[in-house]
Design a protein around this ligand. Structure first.
Ligand SMILES: *Cc1c(COP(=O)(O)O)cnc(C)c1O
Length: 295
């Protein structure tokens, strides 16, 4: 698959003699956007192999993973069930509306029950209620997802640094596994605190060429401020590349800040992975009454 990579031109990059490229995996599919497509790829094949015609997964009310799973299941002609954290709010937000339009059955559970969602008892109760299903965990990370994410990089991706936003870490694990040891993979966590994440990454990969930079997460997961919104809109106006508020916007702000403070040596090149997430901008802009690029 050919994925578009575009070079970004900005005065600060020229001044610092650093080249920045963005790999638009957000464009590979209009709805199963970005990294979730790669993460689901081998899981869908595995569900088929096991003869299971229902996917069940978990997520918050604005989850990219919920939207992607609903669409992917619909496209494959199988059923999907989404276990959603928190109460139902009507009218449905654009993410959940989209999930339902793609045939996903939604079930809401309290935040306290949501924490127990992977316990054997809880899963057993779900099986009693819905019948057999292929389970995909929140965020979609497992061995098969990491195998899929490895395909995000190809032989043309020879930059010195590869930057990727990080949630559960499955995507960056695949990228690390696909990178060579001359390259440095930089993760920009979207969630505060990443000790567990570092342990997970050590289990999923055996590379040592990865670092996490936690300075650009702001006030935490899905917390946004005016600077970020302004940045995203300016970036889109200038480069015609929409970024999302939870993952790619914060990463790109981080990369450009690191360029400005001479983090990257002169002459080096950076590849930023645009992991997608744009479906979330709709809900975010409705909820906060702000304007964001939608596609
Ligand atoms: C889910 C998601 C991520 C995080 O992926 P993980 O594999 O959970 O680390 C990054 N970017 C976007 C746009 C996402 O939707």
């Amino acid at each position: 698959m050919k994925i578009e990579t575009k070079e970004i031109s900005l005065p600060v990059l020229k001044e610092k003699e650093v080249r920045l490229f963005i790999k638009r995996i957000d464009k590979i599919h209009p709805f199963v956007s970005g990294n979730k497509w790669f993460k689901l790829k081998y899981n869908l094949l595995e569900a088929e192999k096991q003869g299971l015609n229902t996917l069940l997964t978990f997520g918050g009310a604005y989850s990219n993973h919920i939207a992607a799973t609903a669409f992917a299941a619909h496209e494959k002609g199988i059923k999907s069930i989404g276990i959603i954290r928190g109460e139902e709010h009507l009218p449905l937000n654009p993410t959940l509306r989209f999930a339902i339009d793609n045939g996903m059955k939604l079930r809401y559970i309290s935040r306290s029950n949501y924490k127990k969602k992977t316990s054997a008892n809880f899963l057993e109760a779900l099986k009693n209620q819905f019948g057999d299903f292929y389970l995909i965990h929140e965020g979609g990370t497992n061995e098969l997802a990491i195998q899929g994410a490895k395909e995000i990089l190809d032989k043309n991706d020879i930059q010195d640094y590869i930057c990727c936003p990080v949630g559960t870490g499955g995507t960056i694990a695949g990228i690390i596994n696909a990178s060579n040891d001359q390259q440095t993979v930089i993760g920009f966590p979207a969630i505060k605190g990443f000790e567990q994440l570092e342990k997970d990454i050590n289990n999923w990969t055996n590379a040592t060429n990865c670092i996490f930079i936690n300075d650009y997460v702001g006030n935490g997961y899905a917390k946004i401020n005016k600077d970020l919104v302004v940045f995203i809109n300016e970036f889109n106006a200038r480069h015609n590349i929409p970024l999302d508020t939870i993952y790619t916007g914060k990463m790109m702000m981080g990369i450009l800040d690191l360029v400005a403070i001479d983090y990257f040596p002169k002459g080096s090149s950076i590849l930023a992975i645009h992991t997608g997430g744009l479906q979330g901008n709709k809900g975010m802009s409705e909820r906060l009454g702000i304007s964001l690029p939608l596609e």
